[in-house]
Design a protein around this ligand. Structure first.
Ligand code: ZN
Length: 303
């Protein structure tokens, strides 16, 4: 009897160690892609992370989900660039773009929009108590901000509402590249945070504003590096979603009607975002539901 119990306990310990070890490795693993001589992309569990080398230190765009990932991003970035991280830019408040911040040194410049800081302190306030508060954004702006650092020009813009009402895009002027955060999902179903000012209806117009900027290469918040065609494709997708919302109102569709009859074809090669191999609900029914909820007013805005 006792032997049997020992075996069961041992088996449980082994499973916990294997699963825990796998999760630990997954969380820490980062893939590196070089975009220009001084610009890199780090991919892993969470949103895409941009890394820019300047003569006066390294700039990081977004920090993924866990403090442990932030620490790893910092180590990998400093090894790639040979420069300490001196600045973090957070494209928006969601945890898969900000919760790695506490893995960086207190005193690091952290730049974001006013709205992003607001949501971090309200919707996400519990995560930023104690030591983490030192890595909250400490430089904020509303519409646009130019940063000159170590011979590089970085232009930050809040081009309008879309994913939330506080997203920024990062134009790396010298690299001919824009990092769009979650204003662009490439070949993946987007989150649409209606509660925090996100909108299916206005998102495409916001992207028109982005397209007026000078750039060739495009880093999305999730998915592979793309170009202007990637933005056009996403606008086609958003246009179809907005149309489903308009038809829902015009025809008096229920949510089930919208899910059944909504014409969505631009997502033919889209994939669901997974986290450690598990889907997190960003799929076709989700985006149609959000379009219907916005059009019919079935959601509650957080202030
Ligand atoms: Zn997001």
């Amino acid at each position: 009897m006792l032997k049997w119990l020992v075996r069961v306990v041992l088996a449980i310990v082994v499973v916990v160690l294997v699963v825990g070890g796998y999760a630990f490795t997954q969380i820490r693993s980062l893939e590196t892609e070089q975009i220009t001589e001084d610009l890199y992309l780090l991919k892993g569990m969470g949103g895409n992370v941009g890394v820019l080398r300047t003569a006066d230190g390294t700039v990081i765009v977004d920090t993924m989900t866990f403090q442990m990932q932030g620490e790893r991003i910092r180590a990998v970035a400093e090894e790639l660039t040979g420069q300490p991280v001196v600045m973090i830019i957070n494209t928006h408040y969601h945890l898969d773009h900000t919760h790695g911040n506490p893995g960086f040194l207190a005193g690091t410049r952290v730049v974001a929009t006013e709205r992003t800081l607001h949501y971090l302190k309200t919707i996400d306030g519990a995560a930023w108590e104690g030591d983490a508060a030192a890595l909250l954004p400490n430089e904020t702006f509303t519409d646009a901000r130019d940063i000159l650092l170590g011979g590089k020009t970085i232009r930050l813009y809040h081009p309008g509402r879309g994913h939330t009402d506080g997203d920024l895009v990062v134009l790396f002027v010298d690299e001919d590249t824009i990092h769009m955060g979650d204003l662009l999902f490439h070949k993946h179903y987007p989150n649409i945070d209606l509660e925090a000012g996100g909108t299916v209806v206005q998102w495409s117009a916001t992207l028109d504003t982005v397209k007026e900027l000078p750039f060739t290469k495009v880093i999305p918040g999730h998915g592979d590096v793309t170009d202007r065609k990637g933005i056009d494709q996403f606008q086609t997708f958003l246009g179809q979603l907005a149309e489903i919302g308009r038809t829902s109102v015009a025809e008096g569709w229920s949510l089930d009607d919208a899910l059944e009859n909504g014409a969505l074809t631009a997502d033919a090669d889209y994939e669901e975002i997974t986290f450690g191999g598990l889907p997190i609900g960003l799929d076709r029914p989700f985006v149609i539901t959000r379009a219907w909820e916005e059009a019919t007013g079935n959601f509650e805005r957080v202030d």
